[in-house]
Design a protein around this ligand. Sequence first.
Ligand SMILES: NC(=O)C1=CN([C@@H]2O[C@H](COP(=O)(O)OP(=O)(O)OC[C@H]3O[C@@H](n4cnc5c(N)ncnc54)[C@H](OP(=O)(O)O)[C@@H]3O)[C@@H](O)[C@H]2O)C=CC1
Ligand SMILES: N[C@@H](CC=O)C(=O)O
Length: 418
Amino acid sequence: MSDSSKTRLGVFGFGCVGQGLYNVLSHSKGIKAEIRKICIKNASKKRSLPEHYFTLDKNELLFNDDIDVIVELIDDPVAAFEIVKTALQNGKAVVTANKKMLADNFEELFRLQLSSNVPLLYEASCCGCIPIIRNLEEYYDNDQLSAVEGVFNGSTNYILTKMFRENVSFETALSEAQVNGFAESDPSLDIDGYDAKYKLGIILAHSFGLFVKPGQLFNYGITHISDFDANYAKEKGYKIKLIAFCRKIGNTIAAGVLPRFITPESKLFGIDYEYNAVMVESIFSEYQYFVGKGAGSNPTGSAVLSDISALTYNYKYEYKKYQLHENLQVSNDFFINLYIRYNPANPLPPDIFEEVHEQYVSHNNAYMIGSVHFDRLVNSGIWEREDVNIITAAEPGIHGAAAAAGKSQEAELAISNK
Ligand SMILES: NC(=O)C1=CN([C@@H]2O[C@H](COP(=O)(O)OP(=O)(O)OC[C@H]3O[C@@H](n4cnc5c(N)ncnc54)[C@H](OP(=O)(O)O)[C@@H]3O)[C@@H](O)[C@H]2O)C=CC1
Ligand SMILES: N[C@@H](CC=O)C(=O)O
């Protein structure tokens, strides 16, 4: 017999996260919730729960009066969007972990929450069990944020840690990330920086009130990192981590996903394996760091459970930064310090660097480090070249055109004063 005082859950998906949710829920004492039905895709898979839990028919959950909350944990973003939309339209609150589905349809889902007055929660979609979205919504509701950045993808961090700390090959480390359930079903989403970008899109809405399509943000992954790049990092005492960043510069937000050299002094240096970290920089509270497992069955299941619990006290996102109506926009009109390694037989376009701080040329490899206008980088297409790798310098020096103009004026003055 079921207890009618419990929140009744209809769960889509019983893979890594779905099973994590089941496990965490069955060990949680405080929460009054029970799984009523689980919709899966493949009838032939062996399941760890009795058969009566499962169905292949989504309508058995979506149009079931005995189900209060839909928990969407599938790996198909298109099917997930239909499920989430139908649930909200039919008055069922939704919890999801699906960052691609959210990022692709964010504004529509925001408007659907308003028109249906039904909550959609998605803490698990960003950085596993780190409670970043609710903190951005609640704790930082009045503090003015200047930047949010960090390690937003567990698989790439796991792969880079394995490569750097244990000398494991990229391929072996990736297959371990897959076996552990960290990687997406299509792992190119992880290693090419798309997954981190989807999370960045969600974080942009809760940090700066912006709804940005994934196509508006530049992402560059970790697949181009060569032995030469790894040795360069090791000689300097650096690690390499995939970093998602957004930084307010005047009325624009500089944002993107790129690998970055991390110095031992950085708080991100010790964030290894599947751990994620989010640095929040704000005017009044200054720097704060959130650290936790960014992927995996139980950590992600616990973030999903936390949202289910939040629904029991009628929590919903208010999109407080969006309500501020600040005149902000994401733009590539900013400067950033980059390391660009290339084959000296195929030189870089001459105008790619604004200023060169360091350069090296040998028979097979060359690199330059210096300040690059981000829009010029994006439009150059050099990021498509097989011989090129791009890593943000240890001091990213992200700044706007005004600061750059000020700097060159200063330089001119310094020269004329000599
Ligand atoms: N793994 C992780 O660490 C994290 C994952 N996420 C996100 O959580 C979601 C789930 O990931 P994960 O558990 O790893 O994925 P898995 O591949 O482990 O599991 C996917 C599940 O979805 C089911 N499924 C797929 N399509 C449908 C459909 N159309 N209808 C019903 N069920 C369907 C599959 O069914 P069947 O079992 O029959 O094949 C399977 O049970 C993804 O959006 C992912 O990005 C978020 C944070 C962390
Ligand atoms: N594939 C993702 C899973 C969690 O979001 C990752 O590796 O971070």
